[in-house]
Structure formats: structure tokens, C-alpha cells
Design a protein around this ligand. Structure first.
Ligand code: NDP
Length: 382
């Protein structure tokens, strides 16, 4: 088997660092070819010294000199700036691009990687939420496979491997986040610290808040539509607090397939890089006797308004998912900076959906403009 050279967009984040752990554990199969960060120069430098990649990019140009000087005794090429992210994924030596940047910032370099015919291991769900139709079209034109890293979508993907039959339903599991079982009233005075405490997963700050509002599950419903080509009414959510069943597929004969495992992102990351193979590893094994109660319940659409917002955006289509994504990014950032209350997150997103112009068949430029306008509008309300 050929060694795969991996570019990690966002190597300093939660998914990025876990991808490097997978690479480190498989030195005969994977090489870290490109590493990138936004502002975290120290960790990028440390990673570059350890993994000796071909190139690194620091998106924040003001830190170029710091990174360049720190790596002057190495062969690592150092670039800076947003544009460099899109260029570096096109390098001849790159085989697969792991998109582990958080948010809309992942869209442009992902498009660039697809156009350069690189395989995509997709963690950055916002890319598909904003521009799923365009991404699918580009993948088809360039014969590029898009393998999901998100644990639910990896589970569905694994259930569908080798399965020629029609899907009846996709059932996404949700942990329910830290506020499962609460009423909307009880969420009035939620603090940042409470919202950042996810019961089962350790993740970056933005997705952790998205899990607390359940916008994460809403974004995942939209992500699933584009990954698996199903109709909107074929995607269901079931709350499963133990996060052991990672998602299910129901077929037209009523049979349901599920993928199970301990909650550890390294498995879906490894699978996205090993596919179609499975590689041996020493990850802890699931012992069913440790989980005598696997439970399932309906999501609470009254408490978690973001679920309604996301389903509505899915049904409206056009640039509506891009609007809710941009407004959500601004609102979550404001919440993380103590500028708004927890329940203001869905309120701000709803205001954006009512105020930004709807475009039924958006082009790439429409997505860009929608994102810019929505950010500006949402910020003006804070
Ligand atoms: P983190 O916040 O932990 O990491 C984000 C990474 O992206 C960092 O390397 C960061 O650099 C970089 N980055 C952030 N903003 C920019 C920007 N504007 N330009 C360039 N680089 C940028 O996020 P996660 O790893 O948690 O999540 C990454 C993606 O994966 C998200 O889309 C998330 O929804 C998805 N995902 C994550 C899961 C998880 O378990 N964490 C599970 C499933 C999906 P720096 O360190 O310098 O800030």
C-alpha cells in the first residue's frame, strides 16, 4: 500500500491534533505533509518540529516571522495568510486533505482542494451546510470522494459501505448536550462554563456551544442531506445520551443498521484515512456489559429552538443554511465573549433569517456575499 501524504487544515484544533495522533500511530501508512493554524503559532511550530512536514501555513500573517524564524533550521516551507491555505492544499505531493478548520473559513480551501482533485476527509461540516450543492457538484466534476469524519456521518457512511439498496431513513443520534431534559426557562441564565461542559465529547469551543444549543445536530441534518443524497423528510434525530450508537440507517425493508463504539473521534478520523480498509489499532474496545442501559428519546424542539431553525433552513434551501450558519458563528462567538446570553443565540439567528435577502439558486459569490452581509447584520444587533 502506498503511503498517503496528508494535509491537515486546522492541525492545531481538536480534530487536527487527533488526526496527528492517528498519523503518529501509523508511520508506515500516513505522513503529515501540510499543517496549518489560524493564530496558534506556538503549537504549529511544535507540530512542525515533531512531524517535519513539507509546509506549514499560519493564517494570521502577523505571525509569519515568528514561525519562519522558529523553523529556520528545518526544511519546512513556511507560508502565511488566508490565500496560502487554498494554495498549499493543491501541492502535488498532497494525497488527502483533512478539513479540520472550524466554520465558514473552511469553505474556500476545501473548494480549492476539490478542484485540485485531492481526496477530502471532511470534519468541517459548515462547508456542506453553507454550500452543499456546490460542493457535491464540484466533487462530481472532479471525481473527488468526500469521506465524513463527523462521528454520526462516519457511522452512516460505514452502514452504507457495500450496501446497494435504497435508504428509507437516516437516523442521527444526538447526546442531547449538557442541557438535555431542561426547559427553555431553565436556560435563561446559563453560563459559558456550563455550556462548555459537554457530557461525552471533548471538542473545540464552537462545536461545544453548538452541542449545547443543539444547533450542532441541526447543522448535521443539513450535512447528512448533502453527504447521502436523501430527501429532507428522510432525516430524523433521536437523542441517545450515552453516545455509543453513533447513528443508524433504516432500509426500505425496515431493517436498521447501526455503527457503535466508544466516543472517540480518532476512530472516524482513522476510518476516513484508511477507507476502504480498516486498520488495526489499540483503541479501547466497547464492552457492552459496561453499558446495560442504552436509551433513546425524542429531541425537545421546544427547548432547543435551533433545531427548528435548522430544519426550516433545510426546507427553505437556497442561501438560508448559509444565513443561519453565519449568524450562528457570530452569535456563538459573542456568547463565548460574554456579550450575549445563551438564549440570545437562536434569537439572533432568527432575526438574520428574517432580514437577509433570500436567494433560491445561489452561486459561489452569493454564498460569500450572504456570509458577509449576515455577519455584519448579526454583529449590528449585539
Ligand atoms: P477547534 O476550534 O478545536 O480547531 C479549529 C482549527 O481551525 C484550529 O486549528 C484553528 O487554528 C483553525 N482555524 C480556526 N479559524 C480559522 C481561520 N479563520 N482560518 C484558518 N484556520 C482557522 O475546532 P474542532 O477541531 O473542534 O472542529 C473543527 C471542525 O470539525 C468543525 O467544523 C467542527 O464542527 C468539526 N467537528 C469537530 C468534532 C470534534 O470532536 N472536535 C467532531 C465532529 C466535527 P488556531 O488553533 O490557530 O485557532
Amino acid at each position: 500500500m502506498d503511503i498517503k501524504n496528508i494535509a491537515i487544515l486546522g492541525s492545531t484544533g481538536s480534530i487536527g491534533t487527533q488526526t496527528l495522533e492517528v498519523i503518529k500511530a501509523n508511520p508506515d501508512k500516513l505522513i503529515a505533509e501540510v499543517l496549518t493554524s489560524n493564530t496558534n503559532a506556538d503549537l504549529l511550530i511544535k507540530q512542525a518540529k515533531e512531524f517535519n512536514p513539507n509546509a506549514v501555513v499560519i493564517a494570521d500573517e502577523t505571525q509569519y516571522n515568528k514561525v519562519k524564524e522558529a523553523l529556520q533550521d528545518t526544511d519546512v516551507k513556511v507560508y502565511a495568510g488566508e490565500e496560502a491555505l487554498s494554495q498549499v492544499v493543491q501541492m502535488n505531493t498532497v494525497h488527502t486533505v483533512v478539513t479540520a478548520i472550524v466554520g465558514y473559513a473552511g469553505l474556500k480551501p476545501t473548494i480549492s482542494a476539490i478542484k485540485a482533485k485531492k481526496k477530502i476527509a471532511l470534519a468541517n461540516k459548515e462547508t456542506l451546510v453553507v454550500a452543499g450543492e456546490l460542493i457535491n457538484q464540484l466533487c462530481e466534476e472532479n471525481s473527488v470522494p468526500l469521506i465524513p469524519i463527523d462521528s454520526e456521518h462516519s457511522a452512516i457512511f460505514q452502514c452504507l459501505v457495500g450496501e446497494p439498496n435504497k435508504v428509507d431513513k437516516i437516523i442521527l443520534t444526538a447526546s442531547g448536550g449538557p442541557f438535555r431534559g431542561k426547559t427553555k426557562d431553565e436556560l435563561q441564565n446559563i453560563t459559558k462554563a456550563q455550556a462548555l461542559k459537554h457530557p461525552n465529547w471533548s471538542m473545540g469551543a464552537k462545536i461545544t456551544i453548538d452541542s449545547a444549543t443543539m444547533m450542532n445536530k441541526g447543522l448535521e441534518v443539513i450535512e447528512a442531506k448533502w453527504l447521502f443524497g436523501v430527501e429532507n423528510n428522510q432525516i430524523d434525530i433521536v437523542v441517545h445520551p450515552q453516545s455509543i450508537v453513533h447513528s443508524m440507517v433504516q432500509f426500505t425493508d425496515s431493517s436498521v443498521k447501526a455503527q457503535l463504539g466508544l466516543p472517540d473521534m480518532k476512530l472516524p478520523i482513522q476510518y476516513a484515512l484508511s477507507f476502504p480498509d480498516r486498520w488495526d489499532n489499540n483503541f479501547p474496545r466497547l464492552n457492552f456489559a459496561d453499558y446495560p442501559n442504552l436509551t433513546f428519546e425524542k429531541p425537545n424542539f421546544d427547548t432547543f429552538q435551533c433545531l427548528n431553525i435548522a430544519y426550516k433552513a433545510l426546507n427553505d434551501g437556497g442561501n438560508m443554511p448559509a444565513i443561519i450558519n453565519a449568524a450562528n458563528e457570530i452569535a456563538v462567538d459573542a456568547f463565548l465573549h460574554d456579550k450575549i446570553k445563551f438564549l440570545a443565540i437562536p434569537e439572533l439567528i432568527e432575526k438574520a433569517t428574517a432580514n437577509i435577502s433570500f436567494i433560491e439558486n445561489p452561486t459561489y459569490n452569493d454564498y460569500v456575499n450572504t456570509d458577509t452581509e449576515t455577519r455584519k447584520f448579526t454583529k449590528s444587533l449585539i
